[in-house]
Design a binder for this molecule. Structure first.
Ligand SMILES: [Fe+2]
Length: 179
């Protein structure tokens, strides 16, 4: 279950309150318990081969098929980050800045943790920690950022309407030094 922290340090752990705070931004969070079946063991591994990633995605295909029908997503892939990943620093540098995308950003966290940051309508900055079972949608054009927690480990399915739509456009707004 996702939790939200204001830059002031105030922590919100009640899911309904987190949803209420994010609602004006159009950000939605849902609980999709991870049911990976025979692929569950793979979620414990730090890294996954391409074949293992496909195995995990196939195990979660009912989620994709439902989203395809309900929301028209055309494609999905799996992001796997862990401390020894050769591109971890480059990836973090790319997204730990305030940015927007032309398409919405849709992530289903299936292992590990991540942090999405947002600017509320009153300009307060907040960070939302997501973990396995959290499904988050960030609308197109909304300023946000992303980073990992101290464990620097995440597995997340990304769903796309159009692959070209999630190139980051950076904002000039300064990001407060959270965490
Ligand atoms: Fe993003």
């Amino acid at each position: 279950m996702a939790s939200l922290r204001f830059y002031s340090g105030e922590l919100v752990t009640d899911g309904a309150t987190v949803a209420e705070i994010l609602a004006p931004l159009g950000v939605t969070l849902q609980d999709y318990p991870v049911q990976a079946g025979a692929a569950a063991g793979l979620l414990q591994q730090a890294s996954l081969t391409a074949a293992e990633q496909e195995e995990v995605l196939a195990a979660l295909d009912t989620v994709f098929q439902r989203l395809r029908q309900e929301r028209g997503y055309q494609a999905r892939d799996l992001v796997v980050m862990y401390p020894e990943h050769p591109d971890i620093e480059a990836n973090l540098a790319r997204f730990h800045r305030i940015h927007t995308h032309d398409d919405e950003e849709v992530r289903y966290i299936i292992a590990g943790e991540g942090v999405f940051g947002f600017v509320l309508p009153d300009d307060r900055q907040v960070e939302v920690t997501v973990a396995a079972g959290d499904f988050i949608q960030v609308p197109a054009g909304l300023e946000h950022w992303f980073r990992l927690t101290g464990q620097r480990r995440i597995k997340a399915v990304r769903y796309f309407s159009a692959r070209s739509g999630w190139v980051p456009h950076y904002s000039d707004r300064p990001l407060l030094p959270f965490g």
